[in-house]
Design a protein around this ligand. Structure first.
Ligand code: G3D
Length: 202
């Protein structure tokens, strides 16, 4: 009887767990984005003040429960010497959020080159991709209409995976929920190919 009840309890509280990588050049806003996503989507999470957030060096992690699943975010450092570590995480990931600093036109080619290298990886084949044109609150930044064609250019590298370019401001929080909800749908749809890890709720 105990085994039966325990099995039923496990079934009821079990959550599918997925890993989402947050990538992009240094200063793109990865850490700010993760903090903003946690603040918006986690009950009672107060969040850090923007002036306390420092650029990603190494790895920041965060967890959000949304739409019945658990997302584990890995925000990886974007400095060129740290980019070589990204591919160690590809095989474990279920989705990628790639953050672009839309206010820094000079670094767009660099960001695009890094993006192309990332999506060329076989280990990321078929993984849903959300490209965020961040810092939309800054006047004169590149709008999503300008960013989209640049990052959609190499269709053969993107392949048949779900891919979306969306505007966002990690600082004000505009666009955060929409992006995460879109990604959750894609992750669930792709779960036959990249199945979740099942965990008992802690
Ligand atoms: P990183 O983790 O990708 O390296 P951070 O980037 O999250 O540390 O952000 C780098 C800088 O960009 C920070 O400013 C941060 O406040 C700012 N930033 C991030 N997102 C936005 C945004 O949507 N709008 C604006 N206006 N600024 C943003 P500082 O001054 O601390 O370097």
């Amino acid at each position: 009887m105990y085994t039966l009840l325990h099995g039923f309890y496990k079934y009821m509280v079990q959550k599918d767990e997925y890993c989402v990588l947050i990538l992009g050049l240094d200063n793109a806003g990865k850490t700010t984005y993760l903090e903003a996503a946690k603040t918006r989507l986690t009950k009672n999470y107060k969040g850090m003040k923007p002036n306390k957030i420092t650029t990603t060096v190494g790895l920041n992690i965060g967890q959000i429960d949304v739409s019945g699943i658990r997302l584990n975010f890995w925000d990886l450092g974007g400095q060129s010497e740290l980019q070589s570590l990204w591919d160690k995480y590809y095989a474990e990931s279920h989705a990628v959020i790639y953050i672009v600093d839309s206010s820094d036109r000079d670094r767009i080619p660099d960001s695009k080159e890094t993006f192309d290298k990332m999506i060329s990886s076989e280990c990321l084949r078929g993984v849903p991709l959300l490209v965020l044109a961040n810092k939309q609150d800054i006047p004169d930044c590149m709008g999503v209409r300008e960013v989209k064609p640049i990052f959609n250019k190499n269709g053969h590298l993107i392949g048949r995976r779900d891919c979306m370019v969306m505007p966002v401001s990690a600082l004000t929080g505009d666009g955060i929920n929409e992006g995460i909800l879109w990604l959750v749908d894609c992750i669930k749809r792709n779960s036959d190919i990249r199945p979740p890890r099942n965990l008992e709720e802690s």
